[in-house]
Write a new protein. Structure first.
Length: 131
């Protein structure tokens, strides 16, 4: 197999695999936990632990930006976008389902307030360090 053919095959497989997270996330954002089937406690625990693992990975990725933060703009913005999209999904829950606990409201403030400000600050620092 040529390198170009292998690249094309990998791109196709990744595109197919993306269908699962796109579909599950859209259904989850629109319907909340109601779409989970089977034992609610087991499914919620599994989903909660999975999301906690994602948060841990995001935290590690954010921390990896600390050294040379002025040069990690692409990674930093990608991670920040993930947080903001999560915050928008959380805001949809607040509007459609009701007021969550204080901890979730604090998270919402960080996701839609603090993170965009820190992203803008990182951009400023990157610009200032280039000159």
């Amino acid at each position: 197999m040529t390198p170009r053919r292998e690249r094309t095959l990998l791109q196709g497989v990744v595109a197919l695999v993306c269908i699962v997270p796109f579909g599950a996330s859209i259904v989850g954002i629109l319907h909340g936990a109601a779409w989970l089937q089977g034992d609610p406690a087991t499914n919620m625990d599994s989903h909660f632990r999975y999301l906690s693992g994602l948060f841990l990975g995001m935290g590690i990725a954010f921390a990896s930006c600390i050294p040379d933060i002025e040069r990690k703009g692409g990674r930093f913005r990608l991670l920040g976008m993930m947080v903001v999209i999560g915050g928008l999904a959380r805001l949809l829950s607040l509007v459609t389902v009701g007021m969550p606990s204080t901890g979730h409201l604090v998270g919402l403030g960080i996701e839609l307030g603090v993170v965009p400000l820190v992203l803008a600050w990182q951009t400023r620092v990157a610009r200032r360090c280039r000159t």
